[in-house]
Design a protein. Structure first.
Length: 337
């Protein structure tokens, strides 16, 4: 996956040659990941434009075409020829939703970055309310789904279970029932895009970054056309990324289980010894105690190893130790940021 990321960055650099130097810097950058959305993107673009026009400030729409195999690419290119605010990043193949969001944020030059799905499940009409909160001083305004329309019961159930599991497993507050639909201030965007880690669970990283965060409740609409690109296998992968990036609790489970097993093994051993001394014939308890103790010790060993693996993992991720929002009359002499 490290290799993939390198390729990704190269693709991004190749494309950057045709960038937007000399133009005035937009206030708002809207990032839209697109994977096979030919039936909706024109409508999405129109609706986004009519909402953004009303904000009366320069903006850009960055469509990240994540290796679509339908006509999305040519539609997007036509849109961008007709309209200078429409910008397109094309991936060389499908790298996945999170990578597309990341690339869009890498490219965005606005003071506020808005990430929104291409399928109009997240209504663009919410954006002005996000902007309002941003102007009140919030650095991250995330959309919280109070209801989801037009999604299968299975999807609703798995999504709900996912967010709740994540909340139990991790130490940081990853808000429940929020997707990637959010507004992010420039400084938070800079922090997140500078994090070098490879498995990127964007919602987690943004939550981890801190700053002033606010929720905005909205109703998630059904997809306008096409079908979901998140089958079960992808959802499982996303949740594995989320858990392994933000929690080392699973690494501790063998330790607890091993400790419990070894302890019950020792207890069984003592009981069977006591019975033998009392003159009873030897029984299976003796065998049990040996198996329990042995397995318990092995599991404990794995658990201890897990503790070290988790430390190594922390180091390898190279997340900053802290993020400074502002400092008065101080100059930094070394940096762990
Ligand atoms: N998407 C993407 N790459 C992928 C899968 C999805 O860029 O590999 C985009 C997709 O076009 C959409 C957004 O990510 O704009 C969310 O995907 P989808 O609507 O399929 O997910 P769901 O809303 O069903 O969770
Ligand atoms: Mg969707």
């Amino acid at each position: 996956s490290g290799h993939e990321d390198k390729i990704l960055k190269q693709v991004v650099c190749l494309d950057a040659a045709g960038g937007s130097d000399g133009e005035e810097r937009p206030v708002y950058s809207v990032v839209i990941p697109v994977y096979n959305e030919q039936d909706v993107i024109s409508t999405t673009c129109q609706r986004l434009k009519s909402v953004m026009d009303r904000l009366q400030a320069p903006y850009e729409l960055i469509f990240v075409n994540d290796g679509s195999t339908d006509h999305s690419r040519s539609i997007l290119e036509t849109l961008s020829v007709e309209d200078p605010t429409v910008k397109v990043v094309n991936f060389s193949r499908n790298f996945g939703h999170q990578a597309a969001v990341e690339a869009g944020m890498d490219y965005a030059s606005g003071k506020a970055v808005i990430v929104i799905d291409a399928d109009l499940q997240d209504p663009p009409e919410i954006i002005p309310r996000m902007v309002e909160k941003w102007k009140q001083g919030y650095d991250v305004v995330y959309g919280k789904r109070v209801a989801r329309r037009g999604e299968t019961r299975f999807k609703l159930w798995t999504a709900a279970a996912f967010y709740r599991m994540l909340r139990r497993l991790t130490d940081i507050e990853i808000p429940v029932d929020t997707g990637d639909f959010r507004l992010i201030d420039r400084k938070v965007c800079d922090v997140v895009t500078r994090m070098p880690e490879k498995a990127r669970f964007m919602r987690g990283l943004v939550a981890w970054a801190g700053f002033r965060q606010a929720a905005l409740e909205y109703v998630r609409e059904p997809r306008l056309a096409g079908e979901t690109k998140y089958p079960l296998s992808r959802m499982v992968r996303l949740s594995m990324d989320a858990v392994t990036s933000f929690s080392d609790k699973p690494l501790k489970w063998p330790l607890y289980a091993g400790g419990a097993l070894a302890a019950s093994g020792v207890a069984a051993l003592l009981i069977s010894m006591w019975r033998a001394l009392a003159g009873a014939r030897s029984d299976l308890l003796w065998l049990c105690s040996v198996i329990l103790t042995g397995n318990g010790l092995v599991l404990t060993g794995i658990g201890i190893m897990g503790q070290y693996v988790s430390r190594i993992y922390d180091e390898v991720r190279q997340r900053p130790l802290y993020i400074v929002e502002s400092a008065r009359r101080l100059k930094r002499t070394s940096s762990h940021e």
